[in-house]
Every structure is written in structure tokens, then in C-alpha cells.
Design a protein around this ligand. Structure first.
Ligand SMILES: *Cc1c(COP(=O)(O)O)cnc(C)c1O
Length: 438
């Protein structure tokens, strides 16, 4: 089966999908993509990824695998704008929780599934903190094109995500260790057994994730925001965003790029440490490998493990580190770290503002607030925060925030604990009156 592999487990960490743009019939105006949204009878035009297919032209139309991914929305939130410290109307949320499996991962997985089909793969695998496995598993169950093996770390996966892999029928292997352990193992297993690897070392996934940027710009009527703020885990998204923007500029479809802010959780902050702490840069394609190596050697010597409630970004060895450095160079980027406490407060505000996301996603909002407080983002800037995953992915984190802790009153600043009341009309009316002053 190994001759079907074109994405090898040992692939170079700058392995990219590149196109000869002169031979691609790219529409001359971005508005032509928007016009396709009216074609609701066409699965490719309906997809929020393949609607932009000339911008990721690696597959013939009849090979494309789509399950209706990318029907996501960009909306302003006044409550979140106020929380972040922005002027009204300047903060937008790109809600990727609306994807079929509930996270942005579907944008990439539709592209990886397409490539897997092109090479005739019958078995696909990934390591996952949860959302990648949910996404890969739904593409397999929805299409029947291949079987799936997913590797998850023991005790490290939110139940919403684990429940998806199980329901969609993936062979789910819980191995001892964390995500970084699971990833290095699945790379080895894929190479040994000739299994198609779907982690974001797979460059086709990043091709699909470029579509998030296209939809953000489309949502702004093809205007360029000042900032795009995204959580950073394995750094696939940030890398894809940089590639998308660089290509759009190269194609003459946009004339400037927004600035990019990548937000780590403080408990999984390799990029922040290296980029902001030690000055690691893309350096025209020659980042300081010795600096990276010594950082990881020190991390191993001290047995430092990633630790954050934002499980989707609980990653200490981001596989797309170098591609992300390139994106930061393209977009004059910054990196910040935020605490779990700040992430959960931001998440509660996202919910109160009418969206709802999982903890990792709220790192973007928390990071925007920090950058605003530091004066890096101005109150009048136009800022887009990417909400990467749906609120229902990790209900435990939410309930714990609102209602957990001592006495069930919750630990969070914006807690909203359920009120225990006797099944008695007068008492119930009393509680309502006290709580809501009606
Ligand atoms: C995967 C994931 C991330 C991290 O994205 P990377 O591309 O790995 O940096 C953030 N949030 C959610 C919800 C995710 O599923």
C-alpha cells in the first residue's frame, strides 16, 4: 500500500503544495467566488472551501470530497468588543464551530480526504487532541471512502470530541501519554504500515484551511481587516492563513495583508517563548535550527509537558513551527500567551455575546484583549478573532467554570451557576424575582 503515499510521515517540515499559477484560471475578481453562493444545487459551490477551488487547485472536480463544510459566518459582537476594549463595530468573530464536525478542522480535512481519494488510500490515521479525529472520522463515515484509526492521549480528550470519533466509527486508540507522544507514534505507525497520515504535517490540510481566510475577507465584503487573531496549537491554521494571504497578494487579488496575532495558552507556549522570548524569526527561510533544538532539549531535560484546560492547543512541539514563522513574517505578526483563567473568562463572554466556543477558541479573544491593553491593537482597528471550535465540544470545562468549585458556585468571574430551588411555586417566583428583579 505504501506506493499510494504521497505525504510521507517523515516529510520535510516545510513541505508545501505549490502551484503554477500561470496555468490556473483564477477569477480576476474575488466577487466571482461570492456569486457562486447562489448555486445551492452544486455541492462544490455550496462548500465554503471548494467555492474557492481555483485557489487550491490540486484536485479535479470529480475527485473532490465534500460534506458541506465551511458554511460558517463572520459577525460582529458588541458585547465581546466591549470586553476586549474595542470601539463598537470593530470586533468580528469568525464562527468555525458551525462546521459539520463542529470545528475548523473540516476545512482542512475535506482537502486531505480529497487527496487521500486521489492516491487511493483505504486507511487514514491521525493523532488528535480531539477535533482532528472527529473531523477525519466524519469524512470517513459520511463518504465510506476509507477506514480511520485515531490516536488520542490518555485522559486528554474532551468528551464531546471523543464521543464523535466513537459515533462515527473510527478505531480509537488511547495510548499512554499526551498529544506530542501520540503524534510521534502515529507518524511512525503510518510510515511502517503505509497508512495515509492526516495530521497537519499533511500539507493538503493546510490548503483547505486557507479557505477560512477567504471567508473572513468575503464576510468583510473583500475588505482587509487590520488584525486576524487565532489560537496557536500545532500552528496549522496560522501557517495556512499566511500562505493564503501571500498567494492572494501574489495573484494581485489583494493589495495588503492584515497583521496576524497567534495566541498560545501559557501552559503550552513554545511559539511564544521562541518568537517573543528568544527572537526566533523566519529569517528568509533559514530560521535558527540550533535555537529550536536547544529549546526542545531543555524542555525534555526538564520534562516539561504541555498543560492547559484549552486541550485543543495543549501542544508543546508544534509541527508547523517553521511555516508559522513564515506566516508571521508575511503578516508582521505577534505572538502572545494567555492564562487558562483569562481564556475561560473570554469564553464566557463569547457565550454571553451570542456565540459559544470551546476553551481553546477563546484564546483568540483573550489574546486580542491583551494586545488591546498593551496598545498593540488600537480601539479603532478592525479585528477578526477566529472561533475555532463549537461550545458543545467541551461541556465539562463550561459547567466547571459556571457551577463547579466549592459549594457549586463556580470559580469564574462571569459565573452563572444553576440555582437549586424547591419544587414550590412561591419559592420559585421568589428566586426569579430576586435574580432578575422582574
Ligand atoms: C486544532 C485546534 C486549534 C489549534 O489549531 P492549530 O492549527 O493546531 O494551531 C485551536 N482550536 C481548536 C478548537 C482546534 O480544534
Amino acid at each position: 500500500m505504501s506506493e499510494t503515499l504521497s505525504v510521507r510521515a517523515d516529510s520535510d517540515d516545510l513541505f508545501d503544495v505549490l502551484y503554477d499559477w500561470d496555468r490556473v484560471p483564477v477569477p480576476r475578481s474575488l466577487r466571482e467566488f461570492t456569486a457562486r453562493r447562489a448555486n445551492i444545487g452544486s455541492p462544490l459551490d455550496l462548500s465554503g472551501v471548494w467555492r474557492f477551488r481555483e485557489l487550491l487547485p490540486f484536485a479535479p472536480d470529480d475527485q473532490i470530497v465534500t460534506i458541506g463544510e465551511g458554511q460558517t459566518i463572520l459577525r460582529p459582537s458588541e458585547l465581546v468588543a466591549k470586553y476586549v476594549g474595542m470601539q463598537p463595530g470593530r470586533l468580528y468573530l469568525q464562527y468555525e464551530g458551525l462546521n459539520p464536525s463542529g470545528s475548523f478542522k473540516d476545512n482542512g480535512m475535506t482537502a486531505a480526504a480529497t487527496h487521500a481519494r486521489m492516491v487511493g488510500a483505504k486507511l487514514a490515521a491521525c493523532a488528535s487532541t480531539g477535533n482532528t479525529s472527529a473531523s477525519l472520522a466524519i469524512y470517513a463515515s459520511a463518504t465510506g471512502l476509507f477506514r480511520v484509526v485515531v490516536f488520542v492521549g490518555s485522559g486528554k480528550i474532551a468528551y464531546g470530541k471523543l464521543s464523535q470519533a466513537l459515533d462515527y466509527g473510527a478505531l480509537t486508540l488511547q495510548i499512554k501519554g499526551d498529544f506530542d507522544d501520540a503524534l510521534s507514534r502515529v507518524r511512525q505507525v503510518s510510515q511502517e504500515a503505509g497508512i495515509y497520515l492526516c495530521n497537519s504535517v499533511n500539507p493538503f490540510r493546510l490548503e483547505g484551511q486557507k479557505a477560512i481566510i477567504y471567508r473572513v475577507l468575503e464576510g468583510l465584503n473583500w475588505e482587509i481587516p487590520d488584525w486576524i487573531v487565532v489560537p496557536g496549537g500545532n500552528l496549522g491554521n496560522s501557517s495556512a492563513f499566511g500562505k493564503a494571504l501571500q498567494e492572494l497578494r501574489q495573484l494581485g487579488l489583494i493589495d495588503r495583508v492584515p497583521r496576524l496575532a497567534v495566541i498560545n495558552a501559557a501552559g503550552a507556549n513554545t511559539l511564544f517563548q521562541l518568537y517573543e522570548g528568544q527572537g526566533l524569526r523566519w529569517n528568509d527561510g533559514a530560521p535558527d535550527q540550533a535555537l529550536i533544538d536547544s529549546y526542545y532539549a531543555d524542555m525534555d531535560a526538564k520534562q516539561r509537558r504541555a498543560k492547559t484546560l484549552a486541550s485543543a492547543i495543549e501542544i508543546n512541539r508544534p509541527v508547523n513551527l517553521k511555516k508559522c514563522l513564515r506566516a508571521l513574517a508575511v503578516c508582521d505578526g505577534v505572538v502572545r500567551e494567555v492564562s487558562d483563567e483569562d481564556i475561560l473568562d473570554a469564553k464566557a463572554q463569547v457565550g454571553a455575546g451570542g456565540f459559544g466556543c470551546e476553551p481553546a477558541s477563546a484564546a483568540s479573544v483573550s489574546g486580542a484583549k491583551l494586545l488591546r491593553a498593551q496598545g498593540v491593537i488600537a480601539p479603532s482597528d478592525r479585528v477578526v478573532c477566529i472561533l475555532t471550535g463549537h461550545q458543545l465540544k467541551d461541556p465539562n470545562a463550561t459547567v466547571q467554570y459556571h457551577a463547579g468549585g466549592d459549594g457549586g458556585h463556580g470559580a469564574g468571574r462571569f459565573r452563572n451557576a444553576p440555582v437549586v430551588v424547591e419544587n414550590d411555586l412561591a419559592k420559585i417566583l421568589d428566586v426569579i424575582e430576586q435574580a432578575l428583579a422582574v
